[in-house]
Design a protein around this ligand. Structure first.
Ligand SMILES: *Cc1c(COP(=O)(O)O)cnc(C)c1O
Length: 404
């Protein structure tokens, strides 16, 4: 808790303020009584760690900045109408991302599902109540995507009752399009894994009057990807709020054409007889994401240099150790940030990747890295600055210790 907030709380106290003032360790509950700050991870015995992997959902994604946390706490103290908040935040997000409209969802998965629902139902609330049952409703039933784009997250689409049809190349696409085709979906992360590129995909869809959607959940940075696909003409764009944007882990953005966003919201909470009712986002998440997005755009790619320096710190610590080589690179999609691969010759450094992973995990502090083949990969962009030095030292220690 920040000192100014602590003091704000203390002014409500008739007495005892003096004893507490200045103790950052103390917190003040709503009744004004001092309570000891709890470390719930410790209390529950939950391991915490330095995250050298990136924004991974099973590792709790990312860390929110203080202004996001302040927003969440401050906005939680009053009531408002959730649809009014979605309208107004959505308009601001749309402005920031060059979209006609936008809405905050509970993750990119939810953006995919609600966007799909909107495409199927249009502005008909009765149809929204029928999902995921499509038969006999007059709604279309198929989504087309390239073979290499059909990943697990597309469960979000099939949740709406549609069938996915995979195609390979333009000819097969043209043959597959029919009056059942509801949507042509594109996965940015696998753009290289398909014969048809982003723009051609839109062109082909327009020829047949079919809406397009792109999943770019994990594909910022670069920051300009936030508007690139809106500018390009995708009808719907799905992005995570809890990855590099560092909004609430449970947030996401659905951006796109005005009518489709309005249609998607017919299947979203707070409307109760919809498939999206379980994808609720609260006011704190909506505003937290908004502030995180503003910050993310304002900072732009300025943090890039810091990440490069952090990677250089790790590189310097281990490069030159016996049997060790390094490679600094930027993955083309998802976690598109400076990354280092530290590789060792198993004839010189007697260590399996799994042993390395466990040693780092079981050390103090615990560290998570991305395992490779006699190698590990590390990104620093979700670390707390300074943690890269700990990681550099621990890596060096483990590598040096294992030299035969
Ligand atoms: C992470 C991810 C999702 C899901 O995003 P959430 O915000 O966790 O719901 C969907 N698609 C892709 C490609 C992703 O990387």
């Amino acid at each position: 808790m920040k000192r100014r907030d602590l003091i704000k709380g203390l002014t409500l106290l008739p007495i005892a303020g003096g004893a507490l003032a200045g103790t950052a360790q103390a917190a003040v509950n709503s009744a004004g009584a001092a309570i000891a700050k709890r470390d719930l991870y410790k209390e529950l015995g939950v391991r915490t760690f330095i995250n050298g992997r990136g924004t991974i959902t099973f590792m709790t994604g990312s860390l929110m900045h203080d202004e996001v946390l302040d927003t969440i706490r401050d906005s939680s103290k009053v009531f408002c109408m959730i649809d009014e908040l979605q309208d107004k935040v959505g308009a601001k997000i749309a402005e920031l991302t060059h979209a006609e409209a936008a809405t905050v969802t509970s993750g990119a998965f939810s953006a995919l599902m609600l966007g799909m629902a909107g495409v199927l139902t249009g502005l008909d609330a009765k149809k929204a109540a029928m999902l995921p049952h499509l038969e006999g409703t007059g709604m279309k039933t198929e989504v087309i995507m390239q073979k290499g784009h059909d990943i697990g997250y597309n469960q979000a689409l099939t949740n709406c009752g549609v069938k996915i049809i995979q195609v390979d190349g333009v000819e097969e696409l043209e043959r597959t399009i029919s009056d059942k085709t509801a949507l042509m979906h594109f996965l940015n992360a696998n753009a290289d894994n398909g014969k048809i590129g982003h723009e051609e995909w839109i062109r082909l869809a327009r020829k047949h009057n079919i809406p397009t959607m792109v999943d770019m959940a994990a594909d910022v940075p670069p920051v300009e990807n936030l508007w690139k696909f809106n500018d390009m003409g995708y009808d719907l764009v799905c992005c995570s709020g809890g990855k590099a944007i560092r909004g609430p882990q449970s947030s996401g953005i659905l951006m796109g054409k005005k009518d489709l966003i309005a249609a998607a919201r017919l299947s979203a909470s707070p409307r109760s007889n919809t498939i999206g009712r379980g994808h609720k986002v609260n006011k704190e998440e909506i505003l937290g994401l908004y502030v995180a997005l503003e910050r993310f755009i304002k900072v732009g790619d300025k943090e890039w240099k810091m990440w490069e320096d952090q990677i250089a710190t790790i590189d310097k610590a281990v490069n030159g150790l016996q049997g060790v080589t390094t490679r600094v690179f930027v993955p083309p999609f998802a976690n598109h940030v400076p990354t280092i691969e530290v590789k060792w010759d198993p004839a010189v450094v007697k260590l399996t990747t799994q042993q390395m992973q466990l040693n780092l995990r079981n050390g103090n502090p615990s560290i998570e890295i991305n395992p490779g083949r006699n190698s590990v990969q590390i990104a620093t962009f979700v670390m707390v600055p300074g943690e890269e030095k700990i990681v550099a030292n621990r890596l060096k220690e483990e590598l040096a210790k294992a030299v035969v």
